[in-house]
Design a protein around this ligand. Structure first.
Ligand code: ADP
Ligand code: ASP
Ligand code: MG
Length: 433
């Protein structure tokens, strides 16, 4: 008998019909002799709709209230799902994050888990019942309801799988697994059968939202095998583990060593539209300037990504520093920098929220010469201008105009021979929001 944690994303539970469909799948897993813990997201685009609603009340809602509002989405889906499963003759009970023992710090909007004490979940499973847990939420030491950041239900699922020592954490979504690019943009994207935590971390950090970054970090830390698959098909999905060689089916033969050695250099192309660019124009080029600017930026709570500093103009001794950061962090960062313009000594600030970022990810890229040249060449051939570049051992990222991003992703996908020969990837549901 296995203990399985299954997480169903919003598009898998978007209406009553979908909830009943998912309930059948859960009941079948239970009847096959497994212990089942389910983590569920809010129905469809509920979280975005609640955010829009709050935005109609006030442009900057208090974070504590926003967390209470957003967690209500998962309460709706968890209770409806428990009803649907019970209706099929399988006992099920739903729990909020607090009831399930997901303890967090007090940073509203992006709280971090500090402890997972799932006593009630365990008791429920031991009684032979299905435990349904509301994703994306926890409780702080001051007893306030918190949320784990967008996509946080993935993190809830992996954390519960680790805390309960589950055999596998299944992430059910609206595509058949992790693909070489977002199938909504690149229909010729190929499903990846196995990917390592490191590659998945880099894909997730670069914007591939099929799996939340923090869920991958958690899975790697606690060595939780994650199986990303569709709730709309029975196709085997993508296994995310420590090596390329682990098999999903424990009885299946392990991958040949040869296959591992020939593992593709490139895992995929990720894209991200959630960032903006700030340029600090005319900064004195002397020691300590960058340190001071980024102290101010950090103080504003911004999570910065790429940074570029130009060579200073010889006759003025001034330079420009550009960096990218999430749209959501921009207002506070611009305000903080503007407030210290005299001290920092810059001429002006430029803000650009029409950028897109594309990242080519793959272990072993660094040891293969010519990868960057091929990437830049493909963008040139597609007539796409590159605005910023950054690299790591297993990733090259470029910033383009936002409206050129989809074409850029498709061009790079083709240039690295990632296009699938066998038909188009299926997107079963979801709005892509
Ligand atoms: P859920 O509601 O199930 O949590 P998400 O919308 O968070 O689903 O994530 C699934 C979506 O992630 C897919 O519909 C797809 O558009 C997008 N996506 C982005 N990059 C990838 C990728 N490399 N492979 C698969 N899906 C991807
Ligand atoms: N409902 C939350 C969100 O949309 C959490 C999740 O679905 O993972 O971000
Ligand atoms: Mg998600």
């Amino acid at each position: 008998m296995a203990l399985v944690v299954q997480k169903y994303g919003g598009s898998s539970v978007s209406d009553a019909h979908s909830i009943k469909r998912v309930a059948k799948r859960i009941a079948a897993t239970k009847r096959a002799g497994n212990d089942v813990v389910v983590v569920v997201s809010a129905m469809g685009d509920t979280t975005d709709e609640l955010l829009d609603l709050a935005g109609q009340i006030t442009p900057l809602p208090p974070q504590r209230e926003l967390d209470i509002l957003l967690t209500s989405g998962e309460r709706i889906s968890m209770s409806l799902l428990a009803m649907a499963i019970t209706n099929l003759g399988v006992k099920a009970k739903s729990f909020t994050g607090q009831q399930a023992g997901l303890m967090t710090d007090a940073v509203h909007g992006r709280a971090r888990l500090v402890d997972v004490v799932p006593h009630r979940v365990r008791e429920t499973v031991e009684k032979g019942q299905v435990a349904i847990v509301a994703g994306f939420q926890g409780v702080s030491s001051t007893n306030d309801v918190t949320t784990l950041g967008r996509g946080g239900s993935d993190t809830t699922a992996v954390a519960l799988a680790a805390g309960l020592d589950a055999d596998v954490c299944e992430i059910y979504t609206d595509v058949d697994g992790v693909f070489t690019a977002d199938p909504r943009i690149v229909p010729s994207a190929r499903k990846i059968d196995r990917v390592t935590y490191e590659e998945m971390l880099e894909l997730a950090a670069s914007g591939a939202k099929v799996l939340a970054l923090r869920a991958v970090e958690y899975a790697r830390r606690y060595d939780v095998p994650v199986h990303v698959r569709s709730s709309f098909s029975s196709t085997t999905g993508t296994l995310v583990t420590g090596t390329h060689g682990d098999a999903i089916d424990p009885n299946a033969p392990a991958a040949e060593e040869e296959t591992q050695m020939e593992a593709p250099i490139i895992s995929g192309v990720a894209h991200d539209r959630s960032e903006a660019k700030i340029t600090v124009v005319g900064v004195p080029d002397k020691p300590g300037t960058a340190a001071r600017i980024f102290e101010v930026v950090a103080g504003a709570g911004a999570n910065i990504d790429m940074i570029v500093q130009n060579v200073s103009a010889a006759h003025t001794g001034l330079t420009d520093i550009s960096f990218t950061l999430p749209h959501a962090d921009s207002p506070s960062t611009l305000a903080a920098l503007n407030a210290l313009q005299d001290e920092l000594g810059f001429a002006s600030l430029q803000y650009d929220d029409q950028i897109g970022k594309l990242s080519l990810v793959g272990a072993g890229m660094k040891s293969h010469p010519g990868v960057s040249a091929r990437l830049f060449g493909a963008l040139r051939d597609a007539g796409i201008n590159i605005e910023m570049i950054s690299t790591s051992e297993i990733r090259i990222s470029v910033v383009t105009r936002e409206d050129a991003l989809d074409d850029a992703v498709r061009a790079i996908h083709t240039a690295f021979d990632l296009d699938s020969a066998d038909g188009e990837a299926v997107v079963y549901a979801g709005s892509g929001r």
